[in-house]
Structures are given as structure tokens and as C-alpha cells.
Design a protein around this ligand. Structure first.
Ligand code: GTP
Ligand code: MG
Length: 196
């Protein structure tokens, strides 16, 4: 996919605030601090379009970015951040659930998992939930620049132990926002999904 243009469109916490132009959407999910906003910037070749932070909990709303006037990337608050209050966590959960369950133009979900760690309970729950909703999934093992080359196979076998990758509509990619590993493949997956 060639990125010709990208811009921030809107932030939303409920359906009435989502974009109304009916373009296809690709959303990102994953633990707080896993690198969702960074992946958006890397794909779009923008330094700071999606706000990133070394402090978890940076993204707090559904943030829609318009790409090529063709589709939206939807940055989603991360899960599993202990310092967020129980009440706030529940609100985040409901906001994400409402979006994933009711959005007809959602064409795919990118689930990011930190390559350095085994998938968490939350990662597994998100993966199974997306399967249940029948949304095409791209599992992205990110921060691969932190992994020794010799450990690459271990990342994949750890993943397979926790996620049933034999489901339909699942693709897996290793990725790094630092080295741009597999950024072209990421673009290809998105292009494929928005055109289906
Ligand atoms: P929330 O908005 O809190 O849910 O976090 P997020 O998933 O959007 O993470 P974000 O993109 O803000 O990145 C969190 C931290 O990880 C930042 O310090 C990034 O620079 C760093 N980071 C993101 N991707 C990579 C990567 O591929 N490699 C390395 N080494 N660091 C990364
Ligand atoms: Mg973020």
C-alpha cells in the first residue's frame, strides 16, 4: 500500500461521535504501552500523528485517522494498565466493546503483542473475543528489535502455545516500529481487508 495522505479525523467515546462517511476501518488493540500508536505512526511515516508515550495509558479515546481518503485506522486505549481505576477500566472496556460489536464498517483488528513476553490473559481474551465476533485478525508481535535474532522462533512458539492460530481469518506478523520490520506486509494486509 502506498500512503499518499494521512490526518487525524476525530476522537470518540460513543457511537454518535464516530465518522459518518462509511469508509472501511481497521482498529488496533493491545496492552497499554505495547506500541499501538507507534505502529500507526510507522505505517503512515509520520513522527507524531498518533500520540505516543513511554508512560502507559496515553490513548484514552477511540482516535480515528483518515488514510488516503480511503479508510480509517482506529487507535484504541490499551488494556491491562493497573494504574487506571476500576471504574475507568470498565468504561474503556465498554467503549471498546460497543465499537467492536456494532461497527459494520470495521474490516479488521490488529492485535499487538509484546514479543518479549508471553501473551497475557487480556491478550488471549481479546483474541478469542475478536474470533467470536468474526473479525479478521492480524496478530502483530511487536518490539522485535528488542529480541535477539536467535530468539525469533521462540516468539512464535510462545504465541502458538497460548493462541489457537488455526482459526480462519488469522494472520501473524513480527514487527518493529524501530527497524520498520514488516511494515510493507502490514500495509498489504490492511489493503487486502479494506478491499474485501
Ligand atoms: P497506550 O496508548 O498507553 O495504550 O500505549 P500504546 O500501545 O499506544 O504504545 P505507544 O505507541 O505509545 O508506545 C509505548 C512505548 O513503547 C513508547 O516509549 C514507544 O517508543 C515504545 N515502542 C513502541 N513500539 C516499539 C518498537 O517496535 N520497539 C521499541 N523498542 N519500542 C517501541
Ligand atoms: Mg496509544
Amino acid at each position: 500500500m502506498i500512503i499518499k495522505s494521512s490526518s487525524y479525523a476525530v476522537s470518540a467515546v460513543k457511537e454518535s461521535q464516530y465518522p459518518k462517511d462509511n469508509l472501511p476501518e481497521i482498529a488496533l488493540a493491545g496492552r497499554s504501552n505495547v506500541g499501538k500508536s507507534s505502529l500507526i505512526n510507522t505505517l503512515l511515516k509520520r513522527k507524531n500523528l498518533a500520540r505516543t508515550s513511554s508512560q502507559p495509558g496515553k490513548t484514552q479515546t477511540l482516535n480515528f485517522y483518515l488514510v488516503n481518503d480511503e479508510f480509517y485506522l482506529v487507535d484504541v486505549p490499551g488494556y491491562g494498565y493497573a494504574k487506571v481505576s476500576q471504574k475507568r477500566r470498565q468504561e474503556f472496556g465498554e467503549m471498546i466493546q460497543d465499537y467492536l460489536e456494532t461497527r459494520p464498517n470495521l474490516k479488521g483488528l490488529i492485535i499487538l503483542i509484546d514479543s518479549r513476553h508471553q501473551p497475557t490473559k487480556d491478550d488471549i481474551a481479546m483474541y478469542e473475543y475478536a474470533q467470536y465476533l468474526n473479525i479478521p485478525i492480524l496478530v502483530v508481535c511487536t518490539k522485535m528489535d528488542k529480541i535477539k535474532k536467535s530468539q525469533t522462533n521462540k516468539v512464535m512458539s510462545g504465541l502458538k502455545k497460548h493462541l489457537d492460530l488455526s482459526y480462519d481469518h488469522v494472520t501473524v506478523l513480527t514487527f518493529s516500529s524501530v527497524t520498520k520490520l514488516h511494515v510493507a506486509e502490514l500495509g498489504d494486509w490492511i489493503e487486502d481487508k479494506i478491499n474485501q
